[in-house]
Design a protein around this ligand. Structure first.
Ligand SMILES: *[C@@H]1O[C@H](CO)[C@@H](O)[C@H](O)[C@H]1NC(C)=O
Ligand SMILES: *[C@@H]1O[C@H](CO)[C@@H](O)[C@H](O)[C@H]1NC(C)=O
Ligand SMILES: *[C@@H]1O[C@H](CO)[C@@H](O)[C@H](O)[C@H]1NC(C)=O
Ligand SMILES: *[C@@H]1O[C@H](CO)[C@@H](O)[C@H](O)[C@H]1NC(C)=O
Length: 288
């Protein structure tokens, strides 16, 4: 989901992909059919499932998960420390981050302060380092907003309104789906405001929206056009026939599927279904 122009966030229902195109086999292929349920060389297995119990006090919510993830998290923290120390060898920056940052950053809103403290305690990674690492603080705040709407928003319109208007620290695409006909949109955000809201309009034949990692009004980099192939494949199916199977087919077609594709998520808001699959794109497959 991470790209270079904006962070992409998909809420409730949508499509996840990552990189590269051209009308040249073997980098491209005809729209795939019958790839679902996932199997074969483009499927690397299920994404592990963890349950976070929000009925627990914030400090305790992440304990169980963090006991599992602490070792991996420490590896990431250490390699980031190494990178920083390679540039500024004195270790002063790390010390600063460890000791001073928690104070400088101020309080996180709502339950997040307590949750972060709980995570820091279990992982034994100082709060300052966590805020700095996970932090990339930018994305963090967008994460908070998403958490808030997922936890507390009660309608499509309310969610859309919050995602359109709340100030964020990093540009982002919000892909939002509801459970009524016509409820689906892509919100293109910069830090202050929404630049564009692109909505479904099934009455006039727009029964899907596609978002890759480019603003809608801009052309993708020519080697990275996944928008056209995705639309081509979607145009070969119909609104009536759309399903996890037909969406997975689209997301399994090169170059919509590519070397940078990490996982595919399928969400059905009305049925309450959510499926995530780790992906691979064996050679020949494009993606820098
Ligand atoms: C959601 O609302 C509840 C009740 O007001 C509040 O305690 C909680 O912190 C909110 N959650 C988030 C993520 O803001
Ligand atoms: C659609 O979502 C609303 C909340 O936004 C909920 O009240 C309603 O029951 C849902 N309807 C269906 C058919 O899932
Ligand atoms: C897909 O269909 C729409 C609606 O008919 C059309 O406007 C669009 O050009 C088509 N796109 C591609 C890539 O085939
Ligand atoms: C849509 O699905 C129906 C059966 O559910 C099938 O007969 C039809 O061929 C499908 N159409 C397309 C365009 O895939």
């Amino acid at each position: 989901m991470l790209g270079w122009s904006r962070l992409t966030f998909i809420l409730l229902s949508g499509i996840v992909t990552c990189l590269v195109a051209q009308q040249v086999p073997p980098w491209t292929e005809d729209c795939r059919k019958s790839t679902y349920p996932p199997s074969g060389p483009t499927y690397r297995g299920p994404v592990p499932w963890y349950t976070i119990n929000l009925d627990l006090p914030p400090y305790k919510r992440w304990h169980e998960l963090m006991v599992v993830k602490a070792p991996a998290l420490k590896v990431i923290v250490n390699s980031m420390k190494n990178i920083v120390n390679a540039f500024v060898p004195s270790g002063k920056i790390i010390h600063l981050v460890d000791q001073k940052l928690p104070g400088l950053l101020g309080n996180f809103p709502g339950p997040f302060e307590e949750e972060m403290k709980g995570i820091a305690a279990v992982t034994e990674i100082p709060l300052g380092v966590m805020e700095w690492i996970l932090g990339k603080k930018d994305a963090q705040w967008v994460g908070f907003i998403i958490r808030s709407v997922l936890e507390n928003s009660t309608s499509y319109e309310e969610t859309k309104n919050i995602l359109t208007k709340t100030k964020i620290l990093a540009p982002a695409y919000f892909i939002l789906g509801g459970n009524q006909s016509g409820e689906g949109c892509v919100i293109t955000r910069d830090r202050k405001q929404s630049l564009d809201i692109y909505e479904l309009d099934p009455k006039h034949g727009r029964w899907y929206v596609v978002q890759t990692n480019y603003d809608r009004w801009k052309n993708p980099f020519f080697l990275d056009d996944r928008r056209t192939p995705a639309k081509m494949c979607l145009n070969q199916t119909t609104q009536e026939n759309i399903s996890f199977a037909t969406i997975y087919d689209v997301l399994s077609t090169k170059p919509i599927l590519n070397k940078l594709t990490v996982y595919t998520v399928l969400i059905d808001v009305t049925k309450g279904q959510f499926e995530t699959y780790l992906r691979d794109c064996p050679d020949p497959c494009i993606g820098w």
